[in-house]
Write a protein that binds this ligand. Structure first.
Ligand SMILES: Cc1cc2nc3c(=O)[nH]c(=O)nc-3n(C[C@H](O)[C@H](O)[C@H](O)COP(=O)(O)OP(=O)(O)OC[C@H]3O[C@@H](n4cnc5c(N)ncnc54)[C@H](O)[C@@H]3O)c2cc1C
Length: 814
């Protein structure tokens, strides 16, 4: 019994040393001291004491005999590691080093610095940005009639294209010296979000030239001549760009593109110049049917050695005028009936001079690097903005509909079942806006956090889809019947497009988020991989040794943190916040330690196999993602000055993230490749059980109620979308009716009271109101209010019906 207690004491001292990240000497001394005390006091039988002293000796030797360790331990681990890890090509090295690591480093550290997060405070929009967001953007929105765009024109009408060009919508991110707007990423996102709340066709049309459209590539990689020529034309919308990477054979695996450009001599502007002869087949290319300039990705070959260097020169991007001989464009795809311009592109023996390559000859073979860097930035902006715009519309107007639509004599939004859906709509919307805002802060401060933008792309499009599905269920028939009155169904159609583009979601979750994060955001892995590649043998061992020691301490520290924080459900974590925020910071610190520890153990266990173990990778990626979203929620609440009435939203959003973390861990441990290790991990991380079960019903009800009445919370939640108060429009009617609902309800109750008491006779509504006024039950103002409200309600409940002849009959027989 005595020996058991001493053993536990030793374990506790070791655990505390790891938890506190004590230095080597302090840790060895603490363990040695405890062992000495136990030995002197006769705490262990002689044999056990001997074994423990031997173990302590080995531990001390490992930590302190540096030369011995390097020769017999680190050197051998390095040799093993080298065999496991094939040499990295320059391209792989570049891709791995691409982008930056930002808040993801904190999440991987096991102890995020919450003060750092609190310091990420948004600057206000500049006056020019404010003027644009309050002027041309709502003006453009007012011009958009999505039903007409979709069902009549199958395109944006000519005046809309003209307005977009003239007002600089295609040059949002082009610097002002080239005639662009030079806006921040936050403003760019705000523009797309507001447009998406009106018409996704318009939003997508603006998105492309401002993301992967060649402007972004030119800004970063173009030659001065290319910038001077193209940027002003793109800013004015004189050139409409598209970006062509995908083809029938190259979808998700875009690097496998079979489109070839062979170096040759040819005639350009009457001169004999060096260029490439291009043959390509592309599809799914947004704006291709109307584009005047194509950013074309292809594989460059130099079989005749006209350029110095190897034959295969890799993926290259050039700017190809759409009217170059041999280019065929103009055909259209119809992506889920949403008529933004999208279509295939073909090129047959198209000659392009080398000067068209982005970056000129220096840009040859750098296409992949260009794409990875610009795509990873862009996917944190456009689709997240679109998805958040969609979620805000659903939250604002489906919430209003649920208050106004009554069944069984009760607004449907008061039924518990509907409230569950409404709470999910509002809570997800809050998470989305928070994550959008945090990521834009990073991007605007020069970060290019590739892992975080992949998280954003995946989780905001997925949450957007979830929100729309819930909204469709609440709207029921009124969501299904398409027509000008239906503000929701188009979003239901378009969400799979957002899921598919810019890295299809299944691939993004399974391969990219954790796969890339494990290498990039982990404090040791990338440096270890680079140390393995070091040619100087002594230097390699020395570097690797330091990294390995640090990594071991990191692993043990997180194991100890996971366990001790697990015992106290996070309460041991020292965090700056107090009250509700502080408690969530503690829980998230615990989950961050658990994540860092589980990620390390998993990487040690499966090593290079991780790429193929997508289910493991996806679940760890889910934990990382939800930690990011939860951090964003904490910041968002703080940024908005912690309004008490928004607390239910923030708590719902955080509880939901924590529950998703819990589910991902449950799945990970239950399916761990080594069952015993899975069990051990679960016990270490959740020693008192997995406590995250999601928002409770009472919280869900509070959140749902926020959508059922006008109020500051609802306004903050849906801030930045286009608001109409036009009774001729579906969303305008909902807005107006919701504002009147309480007052109209009071008048209605008065009327019912008079009817019940027999003061009034039952009649048609119009008569009834007139009688009520005549009888002095209601005054003229009350009659006008109730009459107007009832008229609005009739319109809100109505769905579109079309004359029979307006449908084309399709024959099913030959
Ligand atoms: C409307 C629309 C607009 C587009 N606009 C453009 C554009 O402007 N320019 C452009 O170049 N491209 C564009 N694309 C192409 C888009 O980026 C590709 O569709 C996308 O990369 C997916 O390719 P795919 O459809 O061929 O799917 P596939 O590659 O065939 O994938 C099929 C499924 O397999 C999954 N998958 C594939 N590999 C893996 C893996 N390793 N692990 C796990 N899952 C995997 C995918 O996630 C997907 O679910 C557009 C596409 C659409 C639909």
């Amino acid at each position: 019994m005595n020996a058991l207690l001493w053993l536990l004491a030793l374990l506790a001292v070791g655990g505390v040393a790891a938890y506190r990240q004590l230095g080597r000497l302090a840790a060895t001394s603490a363990l040695g001291g405890t062992l000495l005390l136990a030995s002197i006091s006769g705490g262990f039988p002689v044999l056990l004491a001997l074994v423990l002293w031997l173990l302590w000796g080995a531990f001390a030797l490992l930590l302190h005999a540096d030369d011995w360790r390097r020769e017999y331990v680190t050197g051998r681990v390095l040799t093993f590691y080298r065999r496991q890890l094939p040499p990295l090509s320059d391209t792989e090295r570049e891709a791995m080093a691409a982008g930056t690591v930002w808040w993801d480093r904190e999440l991987f550290s096991g102890q995020p610095d919450w003060d750092l997060l609190a310091g990420f405070v948004d600057a206000p929009f500049t006056p020019a940005e404010q003027a644009f967001l309050g002027g041309p953007v709502p003006q453009l929105c007012a011009l958009l009639d999505d039903w007409r765009i979709t069902h009549q024109d199958a395109d944006l009408p000519a005046p809309v294209w003209k307005f977009m060009r003239e007002q600089g919508f295609f040059g949002l991110i082009i610097p002002t010296e080239y005639g662009g707007q030079g806006f921040s990423h936050r403003t760019h996102s705000a523009v797309v979000m507001q447009l998406a709340s009106r018409s996704v066709t318009a939003a997508i049309t603006v998105m492309v030239p401002n993301s992967l459209g060649p402007a972004e590539l030119l800004r970063h990689y173009g030659t001065p001549e290319q910038k001077d020529h193209y940027l002003p034309r793109l800013a004015r919308g004189q050139d409409i760009p598209c970006f062509a990477l995908t083809g029938p054979q190259a979808g998700s695996d875009a690097s496998a593109l079979p489109d070839i450009g062979v170096v040759c001599r040819g005639s350009h502007d009457g001169q004999d110049v060096l260029g490439v002869r291009l043959n390509f087949e592309k599809r799914y290319i947004t704006l291709a049917p109307v584009a005047t300039v194509i950013g074309l990705a292809f594989s460059l070959r130099d079989p005749d050695g006209l350029l110095a260097g190897p034959v295969e020169r890799g993926i290259t991007v050039l700017l190809l005028p759409a009217d170059a001989p041999g280019v065929r464009s103009g055909e259209r795809h119809l992506p889920l009936d949403v008529p933004f311009q999208n279509g295939p592109l073909h090129g047959e023996n198209v000659f392009a001079p080398l000067s068209w390559i982005i970056g000129g000859e220096a840009g040859i073979g750098r296409g992949w690097e260009m794409l990875v860097s610009c795509l990873s930035e862009g996917r944190g902006i456009s689709l997240p903005a679109l998805s958040t715009g969609v979620a805000k519309v659903a939250a604002r107007y489906t919430g209003a509909y649920a208050r106004l639509r009554e069944q069984f004599g009760v607004p449907v939004g008061r039924f518990e079942g509907v409230q569950e859906a409404l709470a999910r709509i509002a809570g997800n919307c809050y998470q989305m806006d928070a994550a959008r805002s945090l990521t834009l802060y990073g991007l605007d401060h020069g970060e290019k956090p590739a892992v975080l933008t992949a998280i954003l792309k995946y989780h905001l499009t997925e949450r957007g889809r979830r929100v729309v599905n819930d909204a469709m269920d609440v709207q029921a028939g009124s969501g299904v019947m398409m027509g000008p009155r239906n503000f929701l169904a188009r979003y239901y159609q378009v969400m799979p497009v957002a899921i598919t583009v810019e890295g299809a979601n299944i691939l993004t979750r399974s391969l990219i988020i954790f796969g890339q994060g494990a290498v990039r955001a982990h404090p040791y892995v990338l440096d270890e991989m680079l140390a393995v590649q070091e040619q100087d043998a002594d230097l390699a061992v020395e570097r690797f040794d330091q990294l390995l020691l640090g990594h071991a301490g990191f692993l043990l520290g997180n194991a100890a943190r996971s366990f001790f924080l697990g015992l106290t459900r996070g309460r041991l974590a020292q965090v700056p916040g107090d009250g509700v925020s502080g408690r969530y910071q503690q829980r998230l610190s615990w989950m961050s330690a658990a994540f860092a520890f589980s990620a390390d153990v998993t990487m040690l266990l499966v090593g290079g196999e991780l790429k193929r173990r997508e289910r493991l990778s996806a679940r760890l990626g889910d934990v990382l993602s939800e930690l990011y979203l939860a951090s964003a929620v904490l910041r968002h609440f703080q940024q908005q000055d912690q309004p008490p009435e928004d607390l239910p939203l923030a708590r719902w959003a955080l509880d939901d993230c924590l529950a998703r973390i819990g589910t991902a861990f449950d799945g990970l441990f239950a399916n761990y490749p080594n069952r015993a290790l899975g069990w051990l991990l679960r016990w270490l991380v959740f020693p008192t059980g997995q406590p995250h079960h999601g928002p409770d019903d009472a919280l869900g009800q509070q959140v749902a109620e926020l959508l059922l009445a006008p109020g500051d919370s609802r306004d903050r939640l849906t801030d930045g979308i286009y608001l109409s108060e036009d009774p001729a429009e579906a969303t305008g009617r909902l807005e107006l009716a919701l504002a009147q609902a309480d007052a109209a309800g009071q008048v209605q109750r008065k009327l019912r009271g008079a009817l019940k008491s027999g003061e009034l006779a039952v009649g048609a509504d119009e008569d009834l109101l007139a009688q009520a006024q005549a009888a002095g039950v209601l005054d003229a103002g009350e009659v006008a209010l109730l009459g107007g409200y009832q008229e609005l309600l009739r319109e809100i409940i109505a769905v579109d019906a079309f004359p029979a002849g307006s449908f084309r009959r399709v024959s099913t027989t030959a």
